[in-house]
Design a protein around this ligand. Structure first.
Ligand code: 5CA
Length: 158
């Protein structure tokens, strides 16, 4: 099986983007781990969170310093029932990658994507590149374009 980073790099290339992946042996599994390894603010880490609503799985690209609010996400979708976090198995099925390494785009099938407005305030952000030890830098504008996402207010306030 091809390394998941190679799969992601190939998928990014197919979208017309050359990503510069960096690997950290100490691990980047969580936003805090990634920020510590990179030496950036945790708010600059993109959490690629898979949720499940009435219409199936979708993605909430959430700043590392925020929590995604399931009630807000349900409102954005127009769902009547609350959304829930995907199980590890559902997340892999939806994105083709395991939790902890889920990239924000380059998935085998189309997923609806919401982008946390707070990510747009940074000159650059970092996201997972397929594995729990890989990340790549990207501008928020390119993140938006390549993910096909929509900027929304999705965080838990307060
Ligand atoms: N590599 C880092 C930052 S680039 C990363 O992928 N972070 S993350 O936040 O996008 O992925 C971890 C998230 O996966 C956790 O915040 C949590 O929401 C979710 N998660 C972790 N373990 C499980 C699990 N067993 N089942 C469902 N979701 C999980």
């Amino acid at each position: 099986m091809a390394d998941a980073v190679e799969r992601f790099e190939e998928a990014a290339r197919a979208l017309g983007s050359a990503v510069a992946v960096r690997r950290f042996p100490e691990g980047t599994r969580t936003a805090a781990d990634a920020a510590a390894a990179i030496g950036c603010g945790v708010g600059q880490i993109v959490k690629s969170l898979v949720f499940v609503g009435d219409g199936g799985a979708f993605l909430a690209l959430t700043s590392g310093s925020n929590r995604a609010d399931p009630a807000r996400l349900a409102l954005l979708l127009g769902d009547t029932s609350p959304v829930r976090k995907a199980t590890a198995e559902e997340a892999r099925e939806a994105t083709g990658f395991a939790i902890g390494g889920t990239p924000p785009f380059g998935h085998p099938r189309h997923l609806r994507v919401f982008v946390d407005r707070d990510l747009m305030a940074h000159p650059g952000v970092w996201a997972a590149a397929g594995t729990p030890d890989s990340v790549f830098p990207i501008s928020p504008q390119d993140l938006l374009r390549l993910s096909g996402g929509h900027v929304v207010d999705l965080k838990v306030e307060g």
